[in-house]
Ligand binder design. Structure first.
Ligand code: SF4
Length: 342
């Protein structure tokens, strides 16, 4: 099957007076139609910059400097062509016709994303009128239908509500309704449950999975929470310092992790079976400062399996180690490969 989205060697750097921040530095992953791909990693690992790159929403002084973002785009005549989103003008007509229509985003904090001076209905209808060839009456009907789909009580009345009149859970439902307004084929959810309580979080995750099946859309789900990934993802991409450390089906990542970073992340999840008084394992050290990136494998200063002269000498490439998982680690590569430009 051809992927809906194929990201290859994506590099997005930020050029500051103090130096260059390599926020995303050679990322590869695929998203297939109807698949839920979870991108997981600590804060600062490049998750959000990766999806902003996919949507061409990188602000100066950042820019995509290399790589491809291949997307199966449907043009106005309904023909499917594969286009490289990385090559599009961020302000051009093509990417504007894709954003919000074929690829939609659920942001982390809906309160900051909805305009406080326009009603929920006006904002959902604006997206529909921009992308679909319908009149205002039809746009209103679709907006009510979407609000109904996401379980919004009294959707006709809620069209006239402002975002600040809704609870956190209802605001997130309204944001999901707006992102689904034009039936996207790829939905990107950027930590959509971080700002809400755990009960509402469970409801939102169930809702997203139900809608994903109803609309047969693919989802990229960004989070730092492995518990959320276990609930929602089919396939997992583990990122660290702008690179993919490991990727594979969710059951392999949780029950047969291969990369030392993935193993360390899983070990640091509190367990109800842990003996009383046992200290929770942690990953020693902290994420390096963006301007003092380590040489070689980016995880080497914190890795228990560090091999001097190997791990700090070259950057391991992401390689398939079986027919399901890919890993970037020299433990699985006796002939270390040096990434171009390292
Ligand atoms: Fe650890 Fe070396 Fe593998 Fe990096 S390449 S994760 S430092 S063993």
């Amino acid at each position: 099957m051809t992927p809906l989205l194929s990201v290859r060697n994506l590099k997005t750097h930020f050029f500051l007076d103090e130096g260059v921040v390599k926020a995303v530095d050679g990322v590869d992953f695929d998203v297939f139609p109807g698949q839920v791909v979870g991108i997981v990693g600590e804060s600062g690992c490049g998750k959000s910059v990766t999806i902003k790159s996919v949507m061409q929403l990188i602000q100066k002084p950042g820019r995509i400097i290399d790589g491809q973002i291949l997307f199966r785009h449907h043009d106005e005549a309904g023909r499917e062509t594969i286009i490289d989103l990385a090559q599009l003008d961020p302000h051009g007509k093509t990417i504007r016709s894709i954003r919000g229509a074929e690829i939609a985003l659920i942001p982390q904090e809906p309160m900051a994303s909805f305009s406080p001076v326009h009603t929920i209905g006006d904002q959902i209808m604006e997206a529909i009128l921009l992308h679909l060839d319908v009149d205002e009456e039809e746009a209103r009907r679709i907006a009510v239908e979407r609000l109904h789909e996401v379980g919004m009580p009294n959707p006709e009345q809620r069209l006239n509500a402002y975002s600040w009149e809704l609870s956190g859970g209802l605001r997130q439902r309204a944001m999901i309704a707006m992102s689904l307004a034009c039936n996207p084929r790829l939905l990107i959810a950027d930590e959509p449950t971080t700002a809400i309580d755990v009960t509402t979080q469970a409801q939102v995750l169930n809702l997203l999975l139900t809608l994903q099946k109803q609309h047969n859309m693919a989802i990229i789900f960004i989070t730092h929470d492995l518990g959320v990934i276990a609930q929602i993802a089919d396939f997992v991409v583990v990122m660290y310092l702008g690179r993919v450390m490991e990727s594979g089906p969710v059951e392999d990542i949780f029950f047969n992790p291969q990369h030392p970073y993935t193993k360390a992340l899983l070990e640091s999840i509190p367990s109800i079976y842990a003996p009383a008084g046992k200290r929770l394992p942690t990953i020693e050290g902290s994420i390096p400062h963006p301007f003092s990136r380590p040489s070689g494998c980016p995880f080497h200063p914190r890795c228990k399996a560090f091999m001097p002269g190997v791990c700090n000498a070259a950057i391991p490439k992401l390689k398939a180690i079986n027919d399901r998982q890919s890993v970037s680690c020299f433990l699985y590569d006796h002939a270390p490969a040096i990434v171009e430009g390292s």
